[in-house]
Design a protein around this ligand. Sequence first.
Ligand code: PLP
Length: 276
Amino acid sequence: MYFYKDGFLEKKDLHISPDDRGYYFGDGVYEVFRVYNGRIYEQEAHMQRLQKSASEVRIALPYSSQEIENILSKLVHENGIVEGTIYMQITRGEAPRAHPFPKDAQPVMLAYCTDVKRPTATIQSGIHAISFEDIRWLRCDLKTLNLLPNVMAKQAALDHGVQEVILHRSGTVTECSASNFMMVKDHILYTHPANNLILHGITRAVVLRLARALQIDVKEEPFTLQQLQQADEAFITGTTVEVTPVIHIDGKPIGSGEPGPITRKLQNEFERTFAV
Ligand code: PLP
């Protein structure tokens, strides 16, 4: 069962207009939630980010937060999701193609669940990555549907036979195609500051909170690809990848070439935040 526009229906009965501005312009915002044990993880934080993204691109949410939460919870429940994800997006609405905001279009919401499981194999083994120029716009803090640079970057990784890209702006590491990036050097955890150049990941915030509680020094400051080469450990954070070690970048091992001890500690702590 899906939610579309103003009601619940089956996917096969869902008709999307070619005039939807999400389709023409990527003119919309979205969120991806994780469901653990039938419960929506960090729902409040996701709702706040959705509100921020929508308000900054001047889309009026068609429902109150409470109404959206009720819709999502009904989707999880009715689809019998115990472990999975929720995808939701809100576009500016339907109107004949023209750049200005349409006068009387109604924002359109789409939401559905998946039963996609946790990526336990790569969480355990770690992944390989390449560095890749970050060519995105200057509002990467907004979770908008304009994901073509992210798509291109991810595909470049796969074409190189690795799983992810480490994005950088003129050598300064920002984040990854669909996750945030962190490195450990001399027991200090480094990650790009939460400004306009990265998405303010919900998982990033949880992991930084856990690190501080473990008395790990956290530095939210920019670092370069060159500094990254000297890192002891590296990992990515995100709703779908959780805390996944990065063990090789551009063909060279990070530290020992195995997931490091601080990464493992944060993985364990992270798992405890959703364990029953
Ligand atoms: N950075 C980008 C570009 C993303 O697309 C995502 C998630 O999709 C993240 C970071 C991680 O954010 P979160 O932890 O809220 O899933």
